[in-house]
Design a protein around this ligand. Structure first.
Ligand code: SIN
Length: 283
């Protein structure tokens, strides 16, 4: 297995392995360590059926089902992300980490490239560890004392002109939830496996517990911009057969919508997570 870092901050490309079949436990452990270390890994040149992708992802934990999008009829754990030649919006644009709008957000996401535009359709990633580390000590202290309020994009748009179904027109969207509650999370989250603090703010974060909207918005806007500074990011150029896995507890991602008129089709599986824990306020 060869591991090549994508940037000085996060991301790695992995070659020399096949994830289908019986990947030896030691190889899987090395891959998972690389994932925890680099936040996102891209494994090139895979050839996977939905069932094979699922068998691999199950090694990371139980499968999470997306609350707003149906899975494939023949393999419900696998969600197809599709933008066709005639669609204008894409699924997954904007900086976010998966299912932050739930009280138990997903741990990992595994995305497999099937049909990739000739150019465009890359995915950006940003490091939430670095997002926290590069705040001033005073802002770190403030952030450790705060809790964010989070809502899904579908629910943020409910009542506005665009419905979730219209936005992701070629995807198998479920009806937008009418009464989704806000999920509250610590702004500085303790990564349950590495023990590190991460700045846990994304596009689902719509407010701060105990703050008015006018007070919360400027701070959330600043933190989002801070996290997504170029030196905190990496960019993944997809090829058919690229399998990426990212850790939703340490990276944000953002699917770039720059390939109108071309088709992009991916298979996505997410792994269940648990309740979020705060990095100790006094740390
Ligand atoms: C997502 O899971 O948010 C979509 C990412 C992508 O399609 O690149």
């Amino acid at each position: 297995m060869q591991i090549t870092r994508l940037t000085g901050t996060l991301g790695a490309e992995v070659t020399g392995i096949q994830v289908s079949g019986d990947m030896p436990a030691a190889e899987f452990d090395a891959l998972k360590s690389a994932l925890l270390r680099h936040g996102v890994i891209a494994i090139r040149d895979q050839s996977l059926t939905p069932a094979e992708q699922l068998a691999f992802v199950r090694r990371f934990g139980d499968i999470h089902f997306h609350p707003h999008v149906h899975g494939l009829p023949e393999q419900p754990e696998v969600m197809e992300i599709l933008k066709t030649e005639t669609d204008t919006s894409n699924f997954g644009s904007g900086w976010h980490t998966d299912q932050m709008f739930l009280t138990e957000p997903a741990n990992y996401t595994c995305l497999y490239g099937l049909e990739i535009p000739d150019c465009g359709g890359d995915t950006l990633f940003a490091c939430m560890r670095q997002g926290y580390r590069t705040l001033s000590p005073a802002m770190q202290r403030l952030a450790r004392s705060l809790r964010t309020l989070n809502r899904s994009v579908a629910s943020q748009m409910a009542g506005r002109s665009a419905s979730a179904a219209k936005t992701f027109s070629s995807m198998r969207a479920k009806d937008a939830p009418a009464d989704e509650t806000l999920a509250e999370h610590p702004m500085v989250r303790l990564h349950p496996e590495t023990g590190e603090p991460v700045l846990y703010v994304g596009l689902h974060s719509v407010g701060l517990a105990g703050f008015s909207e006018a007070e919360a918005k400027p701070l959330l806007d600043f933190l989002m911009q801070h996290q997504a500074r170029p030196e905190n990011t990496c960019r993944l150029r997809w090829q058919p057969g690229t399998l990426a896995i990212w850790d939703n507890r340490s990276v944000l991602h953002n699917a770039i919508n720059d390939y109108h008129g071309q088709r992009r089709r991916m298979h996505r599986i997410t792994v269940k997570g648990g309740p979020t824990k705060a990095y100790p306020e006094a740390a």
